[in-house]
Design a binder for this molecule. Structure first.
Ligand code: PEP
Length: 252
């Protein structure tokens, strides 16, 4: 059984005080939802305060990005050892905004995934096609390539913590959600590709989240599908009541 995982990506929103205020309002709303793994990914500056505030709560805290090296002359970067030192447990890797604006590639995703696994950080690896790729019938090719390169050279035995987020780029922040049928088909392609690269038991155990304009009113229809194991939520995760309602509606 794959445990449902609902993660919030707060992007470049919320100060430390705003982040802890969110948790104060949010935690009571989901206190009966211990069957669902809940992860908040704030900005780097909010991580320490949020890790502290989440200690007595069943909410995990993750980063939105990291470098793959432990240290070095890389101005502006944060290393995996810095994340584990403050108690972060999860990390988003290869979000489409990082691919689009910060030159993240499938190769750097692979380096970051190896590093996250080596540091016992739960990696949430984001994949997804652009609109023109979908319209040119290239979705399956894009997803297969992204998954294959991400997992290249990794011992399948190390992949137990792997989480993949399918985030069609055309659905992120646009209000345009993939239909449950489109999402389920893409998730099946991803799971089949994981099986090709890492074997069927890794594929069966890997949680694949859907991300792209998830809201309280579409969370149920998406998360009840066999191959959808949760959601990565951007805009609708910024408000405690809305994010809590997504968790409540997604839980089945
Ligand atoms: C995201 O940024 O990962 C995301 C899915 O954003 P939104 O929910 O706003 O589309």
């Amino acid at each position: 059984m794959r445990k449902l995982l609902i993660a919030a990506n707060w992007k470049m929103y919320k100060t430390p005080a705003e982040s802890t205020a969110f948790l104060t309002a949010f935690a009571p709303l989901v206190k009966h939802h211990d069957k669902t793994e809940i992860v908040l990914c704030p900005s780097m500056t909010s991580l320490p305060a949020l890790v502290d505030a989440a200690r007595s709560k069943s909410v995990s805290i993750g980063a939105q990005n990291m470098h793959w090296l432990n240290e070095g002359a890389y101005t502006g970067e944060t290393s995996p050892t810095m994340l584990t030192a403050i108690g972060a447990t999860h990390v988003l890797i290869g979000h489409s905004e990082r691919r689009q604006y910060f030159n993240e590639t499938d190769t750097t995703v692979n380096l970051k995934l190896k590093s996250a696994l080596a540091h016992s950080l739960t990696p949430i690896v984001c994949v997804g096609e652009h609109l023109n790729e979908r319209e040119s019938n290239l979705t399956a090719n894009v997803l297969k390539l992204q998954v294959s390169v991400a997992l290249e050279g990794i011992d399948p035995a190390a992949l137990a913590p792997l989480v993949i987020a399918y985030e069609p780029v055309w659905a992120i922040g646009t209000g345009r959600t993939a239909t449950p049928e489109i999402a389920e088909e893409a998730h099946k392609i991803i799971r089949t590709q994981i099986a090709q690269v890492a074997g069927s038991s890794v594929a069966a155990a890997t949680r694949i989240l859907y991300g792209g304009s998830v809201k309280p009113d579409n969370a149920t229809a998406l998360c009840r599908l066999d191959d959808i194991d949760g959601a990565l939520v951007g805009g609708a995760s910024l408000d405690p009541a809305s994010f809590a309602q997504i968790i409540i509606n997604a839980t089945h």
